[in-house]
Design a protein around this ligand. Structure first.
Ligand code: PEP
Ligand code: MG
Length: 580
């Protein structure tokens, strides 16, 4: 493939900022094949090399079969079965042996034989057979990968500033990314609130997602300019463009320096209304960046990351140790620990959590539903870990995906039982620990008046609230254009939640991505939001907006916006906000 130059690709902005680096493809498919003459006395050995690669490939397909079977069921697992059948085709084997006996190296022999089969399939005028060639290519690629001893790339291979390029980054992939040399993410799929986006924001690096086929256009080592502010990705840029972006990068660092000057100021509007800015974290390592950015608490600790890349469910002690560390480091500032939100796109791979096939995982056995189904294995060990940690600092416990009072009461009933067990065995915990819930399902938002009577606080999860209100899959790039935080229905729901919670004197936070976008800050402030919980790197940006506007101004803006029903009138008001 010749090198593409100065190509501008446009995707969805997922995390702001600009960076330049070398592309690092997580799955690099480049396989270089050359003919080598194998001496006569080494040909038997070459056949054995081929047999070993076949065996290894069979094992891998078997593993894939088992994994798909566990997660999606047998119907889907047959995809891997088809691959095993191709692998075991005796004619293919005989033809490869023949070429090796004639002196070819195993790689070249496989390439020749498979290529012939693929070409013959291509000539058949039947779409089904044409498609089967993809399966054959997949099998050939796997055998060749094993023959050449290639492995999936690891972030440890990084040697210079790099931008990770992938079809998709799952939460399980991103949880291992802590590498300083990673300067951004680019993916084919995903939307603004996909976990690639959330992770990039947590790391303070730009990300552009939903680029559709970018991972097949970029090669490892290509130079990339990544503009997370506009959604542009520039492939192998000219010297001129590189210089322009270097200047933009320097400007960005200047802005960050300026923001740091806000650190010691109180978080209040021009007319002295105080607001809280908390931070969202995914793991205990992020606490330092929470404190460095002067967030006054953790408004969302997503605990599901503890469940990835392992074969067992975390036990009570593991929960306790993780939370204890965070709570101690937060030294008195509140830490809101959310009980686990597995399901949807956050899948763990073990035992009980092999959920079988779900047609609509975001509407399926997710979060609190999973906890209530498996209290002994999942929910209780986590509740015990959280309660024990509460003895060492200010912990708030929060449930995800509550859809109504019954679920809330069921969860609270288990919590009361767990507390009682701890008391009986003299294990200390904070008897006054606050218990709250995310409001991220429209049904819960609508009955906010009822929920507010039974919780100590709530936090609005706009990532899901928008998804469920507008029926837009939050990670599907094809509908990302209609995922709209400013839809009047979403804005009315947010206002309804805040007003009804305030009637019961309940504080309202927001921990979805909408809270971290300075664009929406005056509107949310005007609605009366008490707490913004955002990625640590967004804290000072939100603070700057809050400190630069009066509450009265914000109220006027939000009152106006509530009257708008269409994009045009909303965008007029939004342009006025940008003038502030
Ligand atoms: C949300 O839905 O807004 C939220 C914060 O939770 P998550 O992104 O983990 O689903
Ligand atoms: Mg959510």
């Amino acid at each position: 493939m010749s090198k593409l130059e100065n190509i501008i690709l446009k995707g969805i902005t997922a995390s702001g900022g600009v960076s330049v680096g070398k592309a690092f493809l997580l799955d690099d498919d480049d396989i270089c094949l050359i003919y080598r003459e194998i001496p006569k006395n080494a040909r038997e050995n070459e056949k054995k090399r081929f047999d070993d690669a076949i065996e290894k490939t069979r094992q891998e397909f078997k593993e894939i079969y088992n994994k798909i079977n566990d997660i999606l069921g047998e119907n889907y697992a047959h995809i891997a079965d088809t691959h095993i059948l191709i692998l075991d085709d005796m004619n293919m084997r005989k033809d490869v042996y023949k070429l090796i006996e004639e002196g070819s190296n195993a790689e070249y022999a496989i390439f020749k034989v498979m290529d012939k089969v693929i070409r013959s399939f291509e000539s058949i005028k039947d779409d089904y057979f044409k498609e089967r060639k993809v399966d054959i290519q997949e099998v050939a690629k796997k055998i060749l990968t094993n023959l050449l001893g290639k492995r999936k790339r690891s972030f440890r291979d990084l040697k210079e500033n790099s931008i990770v390029v992938a079809h998709n980054l799952t939460p399980a992939d991103t949880v291992t990314i802590k590498e300083k040399l990673i300067k951004g993410f680019i993916t084919d799929v995903g939307g603004k609130t996909s976990h690639t986006a959330i992770m990039a924001q947590g790391l303070g690096i730009p990300a552009v997602v939903g680029l559709k086929v970018v991972s097949s256009q970029i090669k490892t080592g290509d130079t990339i300019i990544l503009n997370g502010n506009t959604g542009e990705v520039i492939l192998n840029p000219s010297a001129e463009l590189l210089e322009k972006y270097q200047k933009e990068y320097d400007r960005q660092n200047e802005v960050i320096k300026e923001l740091k000057k806000l650190k010691d100021l109180p978080i209040e509007t021009l007319d002295k209304r105080s607001v809280l800015i908390f931070a969202n974290i995914d793991n205990p390592d992020e606490v330092s960046s929470v404190l460095n950015n002067e967030a006054k608490g953790i408004g969302l600790y997503r605990t599901e990351f503890m469940y990835f890349n392992r074969n067992s469910i975390p036990c009570e002690q593991e929960h306790f140790e993780a939370y204890y560390r965070v709570v101690k480091e937060m030294s008195g500032y509140p830490t809101t620990i959310r009980t686990v939100d597995l399901g949807g796109d956050k899948l763990a791979k073990f035992g009980l959590l092999k959920l079988g096939r779900e047609q609509n995982p975001f509407l399926g056995l997710r979060a609190i539903r999973l906890c209530l189904k498996y209290p002994d294995d999942i929910f209780i060990p986590q509740l015990r870990g959280i309660l024990r940690a509460s003895a060492f600092g200010k912990v708030r416990l929060m449930y995800p995906m509550i859809s109504g009072l019954d679920e809330l009461r069921d969860a609270n009933k288990i919590l009361q039982d767990v507390k009682q067990d701890l008391r009986k065995t003299n294990i200390s915990f904070d008897e006054d620990m606050e218990v709250g819930t995310m409001i991220e399902i429209p049904s819960a938002a609508v009955i906010m008046d009822m929920i507010a009577k039974e919780v100590d606080f709530v936090s609005i999860g706009t990532n899901d609230l928008i998804q469920y209100t507008l029926a837009v899959d939050r990670i599907n790039e094809n509908v990302a254009n209609i995922y709209n935080p400013m839809h009047p229905a979403v804005l009315r729901l947010i206002k309804h939640i805040i007003d009804n919670a305030h009637k019961e004197k309940i504080e309202v936070g927001m921990c979805g991505e909408m809270a971290g976008d300075p664009y929406y800050t005056p509107i949310l402030l005007g609605f009366g939001l008490d707490e913004f919980s955002v990625s640590p790197f967004q804290v000072l940006k939100i603070k700057k907006v809050i400190c630069g506007v009066s509450f009265e101004q914000a109220r006027a803006i939000s009152a106006k916006i509530l009257k708008c029903g269409d994009k045009e009138s909303i965008s007029k008001i939004v342009s006025a906000i940008q003038m502030i």
